[in-house]
Design a protein around this ligand. Structure first.
Ligand SMILES: Cc1cc2nc3c(=O)[nH]c(=O)nc-3n(C[C@H](O)[C@H](O)[C@H](O)COP(=O)(O)OP(=O)(O)OC[C@H]3O[C@@H](n4cnc5c(N)ncnc54)[C@H](O)[C@@H]3O)c2cc1C
Length: 270
């Protein structure tokens, strides 16, 4: 849609160009959300794609995903065969309320920055123990875990002038098997609950999103049965974190979180 309050579009090409960010600037990665509804508080759009960040960087540390990397590029990436976890990228994208068309533009960074409970890339980043690199306007950086980055339903730690530069997924996590289960009230509807899982040597890492107002990361002993692990996961999430909206009631979300956790752990055990 046309954003009729916008007077200027900026195309920054270096970090110095980001030093002058101010209130009323709308940072844009893919623009699928930014352009989807009126943004009456914005005066300028800052198109981060002009920064030319490489989408995917593979090195000894793991995988660095530029915030401007689209879902499509992440899914189509060619990864080391030892990285057993990488099918989770495509499976995560399918938990997204969107046709495959939006994968061409929607970005990993944009999804994190919205902080929506149904932000599927938030769940993926949480279960993969990702670190989010934030550039501050004064030239300093922060490295955050997703559960600290997303503070509530559509809220994050980002302040004016903060830019998410990239998301690092560590090599060790990428070598481990992953699984995901999702439920929505209608077949292609917005997720009511999403559970991601990753099997480590001695434990299973579980990330719960969509059911809760912010992401939860819970680690359970891998010797627990799927039923016991599911009980453990649900018991570690405060009752008040499960919320009610048009996509599901809080008590239903809590129940299905247990069901989905059993499915995910069952898949990781098989
Ligand atoms: C049909 C449809 C279905 C959708 N389904 C879902 C869904 O199921 N779950 C969900 O979570 N979302 C959904 N969305 C919302 C949105 O499209 C996605 O979250 C998408 O991943 C956002 O990415 P983007 O690159 O387009 O973000 P943009 O629209 O570019 O930006 C989103 C927000 O993040 C900020 N931002 C972007 N990049 C940065 C950065 N690098 N640093 C700091 N701030 C930044 C922007 O200023 C803006 O506030 C849907 C949208 C549509 C149109």
């Amino acid at each position: 849609m046309d954003l009729h309050t916008i007077d200027e579009t900026l195309y920054p090409t270096s970090r110095d160009d980001l030093a002058a960010l101010r209130d009323g600037d709308g940072l844009m990665s893919g623009g699928t959300w930014l352009m989807s509804e009126p943004q009456l508080h914005l005066r300028r759009v800052v198109d981060l794609r002009a920064m030319g960040w490489p989408d995917l960087t593979i090195d000894d540390a793991g995988l660095t995903i530029a915030s401007t990397c689209t879902f499509r590029t992440l899914i189509d990436g060619v990864y080391p065969s030892a990285w057993l976890a990488t099918p989770i990228f495509g499976r995560t994208a399918r938990a997204f309320l969107a046709s495959w068309k939006i994968w061409q533009n929607a970005t990993v960074g944009g999804n994190l920055c919205l902080g929506f409970p149904a932000g599927a890339m938030i769940g993926m980043s949480t279960v993969m123990d990702a670190r989010i690199l934030v550039w501050h306007r004064d030239g300093t950086d922060s490295l955050l875990i997703p559960t600290d980055f997303v503070t509530g339903n559509a809220t994050t730690v980002l302040a004016t002038g903060d830019v998410v530069r990239s998301i690092l997924i560590p090599d060790a996590a990428l070598r481990q098997p992953t699984a995901i289960a999702k439920i929505a009230l209608s077949p292609l509807g917005r997720s009511g609950a999403v559970v991601h899982g990753r099997r480590t040597d001695a434990s299973t890492v579980v990330a719960v999103t969509a059911a809760t107002d912010r992401p939860y990361r819970i680690e359970v002993d891998s010797t627990l049965s799927p039923e016991a692990a599911a009980r453990e996961v649900v018991s570690q999430i405060p009752m008040t974190a499960f919320y009610t909206d048009a996509h599901g009631a809080a008590d239903w979300r809590r129940q299905v979180t247990g069901v989905l956790t059993r499915q995910v752990i069952g898949e990781l055990n098989s």
